[in-house]
Design a protein around this ligand. Structure first.
Ligand code: COA
Ligand code: ZN
Length: 307
């Protein structure tokens, strides 16, 4: 069976820029809903400065309340050792670090230059690995930086090798502002696949220019099977201007199911999570397939009623 592993990042990337503050209990409902829909990997929150990202200020109380099943991977984002300590105190066993591929993006995001950010990431990954935690490392703005423009693929490769060397089990190449097209995705991935096996890599896509799904398909063609996505396409980095939402989980699951890739995610249950999140954040959300999926879900429920 050809399996696609989806990490749903809506509780973290999805919510971090939302103006409406979402209550901890509602975040727990969201995580529970994703898990019930069959999502086995969820990025639940981030242990960042509450001054930088107020929406994530409840990470310490949220994480211990998440009910996990054995198969679930509940990861959390940590920007530094302080974040790692907080995450461990809250019971984390799986973390992600972020290293942006440009100097300016690191400064805007975490207040330090590329060299310092690399050092902090490496130190945090090493500590987490020594403690037996599962680790992911994002290489952010890996295709284009909103401040410095196009990123050379060789720079992404070098950073990916640094974080992998420091223990990152999964290296996640992130199109943080959704600027890449399939050819750029394949160029970077082909360079990385000289050094990595496809299962060591993940792809984090945003849909700013409507190319996220095409980009995912371009990566699937090269053997990549790990993707981040966000229910309803919610999300974006507050420090990367111009970024639209993430690749929508429902779009990716739908494409996968039509193309013979198994995700284990139930689309009907997933659409009820989209509806729940829409109520929580206000404005209408949904991926490119959401309108069609809603009509299918409605038709199915009418058929059930008629039985
Ligand atoms: N969690 C909570 N507080 C933290 C922290 C963490 N992981 N790391 C540092 N802090 C606190 C410090 O204790 C200090 O607190 P004080 O002002 O009360 O003394 C304050 O944050 C400033 O710390 P400093 O080391 O000077 O760094 P900074 O202000 O440049 O912040 C980060 C660094 C990394 C904590 C901050 O930029 C951040 O949280 N960024 C988040 C980025 C993000 O989530 N982006 C989206 C996802 S990629
Ligand atoms: Zn993102």
């Amino acid at each position: 069976m050809d399996v696609l592993t989806i990490t749903d990042v809506s509780p973290r990337d999805g919510l971090q820029s939302q103006r409406t503050m979402v209550a901890t209990a509602d975040k727990l409902r969201l995580i529970q809903g994703l898990s019930a829909a069959g999502v086995m990997s969820i990025e639940a929150t981030s242990f960042v400065s509450p001054k930088s990202v107020p929406q994530m200020a409840d990470a310490d109380v949220l994480l211990p309340q998440i009910v996990r099943r054995d198969r679930d991977n509940i990861s959390v984002l940590v920007p530094n050792l302080r974040g790692l300590d907080r995450a461990i105190a809250a019971g984390a066993n799986s973390i992600a670090v972020v290293l942006s591929a440009s100097d300016t993006m690191n400064r805007k995001n975490i207040g330090m230059d590329l060299d310092m950010a690399t050092q902090i990431c490496v130190t945090t990954l090493k500590r987490a690995t020594d403690l037996g935690l599962a680790t992911r490392a994002y290489v952010a703005v890996a295709f284009e930086c909103p401040f410095e423009g196009i990123i050379p693929p060789s720079c992404v490769r070098d950073l990916a090798l640094r974080v992998a060397d420091a223990g990152a089990r999964e290296t996640v190449i992130a199109d943080t502002i959704g600027a890449a097209a399939p050819v750029q995705i394949q160029d970077v991935l082909q360079l990385l696949l000289v050094h990595f096996s496809p299962m060591q890599l993940g792809l984090h896509l945003h849909d700013t220019r409507g190319m996220a799904l095409a980009n995912a398909w371009a990566a699937i063609q090269l053997g990549i099977r790990r993707f981040d996505a966000s229910v309803g396409g919610l999300g974006g980095c507050p420090f990367a201007p111009g970024a639209a939402g993430n690749l929508a989980t429902e779009d990716l699951v739908l494409m996968a199911s039509q193309c013979g890739l198994h995700t284990g995610i139930d689309l009907v249950a997933l659409m009820s999570v989209v509806a729940m999140v829409q109520e929580l954040v206000g404005p209408p959300i949904g991926g490119r397939s959401a309108r069609w999926l809603r009509t299918i879900v409605e038709q199915d429920s009418h058929k059930e009623e008629e039985k």
